[in-house]
Write a protein that binds this ligand. Structure first.
Ligand SMILES: [Zn+2]
Ligand SMILES: [Zn+2]
Ligand SMILES: [Zn+2]
Length: 278
C-alpha cells in the first residue's frame, strides 16, 4: 500500500496562522509495513484464492473457503473485455456456485485461470483486461452450476436462470452451509496429532493419484484420502498408507459407514470420465 501525503497545504495554513519556523522533516511511509486488507472478500473485486484452498461443503455442495460460503469468478477478461463491457451478462465470464463440469474440465486440462472468491451479493463484479483497465459489471450465473446443484429445481424449470439473484442464493444456503452431516468421512478421533500433515505428505508422494482407480486428483486434494491399510489409525508408516479417492475409499473393508455427498461423487465420476478411466 502506498500513501501520498502532501504537507504543502499544511505549511501554508500554518504560515497564515503566523507560524514561521518549521522543523523540517520527512517521513518515508513506504518503509512502514502496513498490512491492510483493502479489498475484503465481500467486495465486487473479491479476493484471489488458490483453487486448491477452495473446497466443497459436503452438506450443501457449495463452495467453502476459510469456513465461509463463497462464489468464484474469473475477473481476467483479456480476451473478451470490450464485449464484456458492451454486454456483460452475455459475453462476460460466468460466475460459479459449485465445482461444475466447466471448472472440472478447466482444472483437468491444466488450463490455469486466476480465480477470485467473493461473498458480495449485489451482482456486480470487477473485471480487468491485460492492460490493467478495470470496470464493474453485472455477470451471469453459470448454467452448469445451477444444473449441478439443481438450484430451485433448475433442471425442470429453466426460468430459474433469469430470476437468479445472489442475495437469494446466499440466503437459500444459509441454514444448510457448514452443518456437518453425520458419518461423513472416517470416524472422528484416534488419529495422531500430525495426521493432517502426514496425510498430505503421503498423498503428495503419489502425486495425488488414487492408488486404486488411478484418477488424478491433483488440484482436488479434498477428494483424495489417505487410508490406513491395517485399520490402525496411529500406524502412519508409509507402507500402511494408501491414497484413495473417496469413492474407492468407501469400498475398503469395514468402510460401509462412509457416506459421500452427491457433489463429491459426481466430481470424481466427472474426472474419471475426462481422464478416460472406466
Ligand atoms: Zn459453473
Ligand atoms: Zn479411486
Ligand atoms: Zn480408510
Amino acid at each position: 500500500m502506498k500513501l501520498n501525503v502532501k504537507f504543502s497545504s499544511l505549511y501554508a495554513s500554518a504560515r497564515k496562522m503566523g507560524i514561521e519556523n518549521f522543523i523540517d522533516f520527512s517521513v518515508n511511509l513506504n518503509s512502514i509495513p502496513i498490512d491492510i486488507h483493502v479489498e475484503p472478500l465481500s467486495s465486487p473485486k473479491g479476493v484471489e484464492v488458490p483453487i486448491s484452498a477452495v473446497s466443497i461443503d459436503p452438506n450443501s455442495g457449495i463452495f467453502s473457503y476459510q469456513g465461509k460460503h463463497i462464489i468464484l469468478f474469473i475477473p481476467d477478461h483479456s480476451f473478451n473485455y470490450e464485449e464484456a463491457l458492451q454486454n456483460p451478462k452475455e459475453k462476460g465470464n460466468k460466475f460459479h456456485l459449485t465445482e461444475c463440469i466447466t471448472l472440472s474440465k478447466m482444472r483437468a486440462s491444466g488450463r490455469f485461470r486466476r480465480y477470485f472468491a467473493t461473498t458480495n451479493t449485489n451482482g456486480q463484479f470487477e473485471i480487468f483486461n491485460s492492460s490493467g483497465e478495470r470496470a464493474e459489471v453485472p455477470l451471469s450465473v453459470c448454467r452448469n452450476c445451477l444444473s449441478q446443484l439443481n438450484y430451485k429445481n433448475y433442471i425442470s424449470n429453466r426460468q430459474v436462470f433469469n430470476e437468479f439473484t445472489l442475495a437469494e442464493f446466499f440466503k437459500h444456503y444459509e441454514t444448510k452451509f457448514g452443518r456437518i452431516p453425520e458419518n461423513v468421512g472416517q470416524d472422528e478421533g484416534g488419529y495422531t496429532e500430525d495426521w493432517q500433515e502426514v496425510s498430505l505428505t503421503y498423498r503428495r508422494s503419489v502425486s495425488f493419484r488414487c492408488e486404486e482407480c488411478s484418477v488424478n486428483l491433483y488440484g482436488f486434494q479434498y477428494l483424495l484420502d489417505a487410508h490406513h491399510k491395517n485399520g490402525v489409525k496411529q500406524d502412519n508408516r508409509p507402507q500402511n498408507l494408501k491414497a484413495v479417492c473417496k469413492l474407492c475409499h468407501s469400498l475398503e473393508p469395514e468402510h460401509e459407514h462412509m457416506t459421500i455427498s452427491e457433489s463429491y461423487r459426481s466430481q470424481i465420476e466427472n474426472l474419471r470420465r475426462v481422464q478416460n478411466i472406466t
